[in-house]
Structure formats: C-alpha cells, structure tokens
Write a protein that binds this ligand. Structure first.
Ligand SMILES: [Zn+2]
Length: 278
C-alpha cells in the first residue's frame, strides 16, 4: 500500500510539474496570423498572445504600449515578421533582455531581406517554414504533417486559379497581396505607387497618372485594396475602378475575426479573386 501511495504521489508530482511547465510556455506573436499558427502547433501546451489583431488598425502605424511591453517581457517565445514590418517588436526585444527566450524572425526563415515586400505571410512558403521551426522548438514533430495537411486546400485552390491568373495584369493600392499575386501568376502593375501608399507618402505625379491609366484603359483586370488602410488616394482609385467596371478585391493585413485559421482566411480571399476573374 505504501509503495502504491508513494508511486501515486510521485506520478501526481510528475504530472503536476509537466503541466506547470507546459502551461508556463508563453508565446507572443507580433501579428495574429502568426499567433494563430503558433496555437495550431502548440495546442494546449502554450499560452499564445497576439499583439496586432485589430482589423481597423493600420499595422504600419502601430505604437507599443505598456501592456505590449509586459507581454513581451514575459514571453518565452517571440514571433515577429521582420524586414521593417514590426520594428517596434525588435526594439522591445532589445530593451528587455531575457535569458532563454527564443526569438523567431519569420522573414529569416524564408530568406526575405530588408527592402523586400514586408507582407511575407502572403507567401505560401512562409507558414510551413514557421510551423517547422515551432515544431522543433516546442518538440512537436507531429505538427508538421498535420499542418501540411491543413495547407492542402490552399495549395489546391491556388493550383485551380493559376491557369486563369497566369499573365493577367492586376494592380493594387498597396503591396499586401503581392506574394500571393505572384504565386498565382498575376502580373502586378504599379509597384512604386503601392510602396508610396504603404509608407504613408504621396505617390509621384507620374506614378499616380500611370495607376489611373491602368484602370481607365482597363489594362488592369483586378484592383486589390487594403481594407485596413483607406485614404483619399486609395478611395479615388477604388472609384475609378468601379467606374471602369474593374472588380475591386479587398484584402486585409491581419487575420479578420471571421476567419478561424490562416488557411480559411487565405481561402476566402482566393474565392474573391476567383469571382473577380469570371
Ligand atoms: Zn501593409
């Protein structure tokens, strides 16, 4: 009996210790699409906090606050995009040294560099790379095949769209959808204009004139708009597109509340692209 009792106590302590250790894994993601994928990998073994998830906010103009600083200070794993998208996170990490903290800069995982389009989560290679890294850090090897199965509908939908999108000229008010557009085979017009809008500067007269021309002459078949950033310039382009009968597809920087997963989010946007191509 005593042996049994001792055994039970030891087991209970071991279980308690394991649970405690698992629960204490704090993951902080700069953006909710990384946080969502991290939660898919970690399951119940971690607490995931996403900093940017407000669909009405322009992430390029995000300012940190005390709550964000505290979340990062307590994080065991920090995930951020890098290449200029979330420099506020780099500053927080640098100002709050913590031993043993694991920092995952997602752009590094796919070899994206400063100056590249920062919206790398629209690149279909990005999330599988993040999952592989997280699976190794969290020691969850089964997450890799599970996630690649979850990604399959997205790759299938892309394969269906590729023949229709190949070489089709499109344009956008911002480079949000850029990587996915390229992966689908679209030819993206007016990149300079998009960078200016992204950086909250005025596009040049020539960039604006060329943009308008691509809409009025129907050279562009779709106008992609960032639903999270609206200003008189983007509104004018939307109006021009509508007047020219060019479909406007709204895309978002962060994952909207009605999309349960990254794959669902991407699939709903691809459905809008498919409808626009008809
Ligand atoms: Zn953006």
């Amino acid at each position: 009996m005593i042996n049994h009792f001792t055994f039970l106590v030891v087991i209970t302590c071991l279980l308690g210790a394991t649970t405690l250790r698992s629960q204490s894994v704090n993951i902080v993601a700069a953006e909710n699409f990384y946080g969502g994928v991290a939660a898919q990998v970690a399951g119940t073994s971690a607490k995931v906090t996403s900093i940017m998830s407000n669909p009405n906010q322009d992430p390029h103009e995000f300012q940190t606050d005390a709550a964000t600083a505290k979340a990062v200070a307590n994080a065991d794993i920090v995930i951020y995009s890098g290449i200029g998208y979330d420099t506020w996170m780099e500053k927080l990490i640098a100002s709050q040294a913590k031993t043993g903290r694991i920092v995952i800069k997602v752009s590094d995982l796919i070899g994206a560099k400063e100056g590249d389009n920062p919206h790398i989560w629209y690149d279909p290679r990005t999330m599988p790379a993040l999952v592989a890294r997280l699976a190794s850090v969290l020691n969850k090897p089964d997450a890799v095949p599970r996630f690649s199965k979850a990604m399959r509908p997205l790759f299938e939908e892309m394969a269906k769209l590729q023949p229709k999108a190949q070489g089709v000229k499109v344009t956008a008010t911002e480079p949000v959808f850029g990587y996915m557009a390229t992966a689908l085979g679209f030819e993206m017009l007016n990149y300079g204009f998009q960078l200016a809008v992204m950086n909250d500067t005025d596009p040049s007269f020539r960039q604006t004139a060329n943009f308008e021309k691509s809409l009025t002459t129907k050279n562009a078949r779709i106008l992609f708009c960032n639903s999270q950033v609206s200003n008189p310039v983007t509104q004018r382009m939307k109006d021009l597109a509508k007047n020219s009968g060019i479909p406007v597809v709204g895309v978002t920087e962060t994952q909207p509340a009605d999309a349960k997963t990254y794959v669902q989010w991407m699939l709903s946007q691809l459905a809008a692209v498919d409808a626009a191509l008809k």
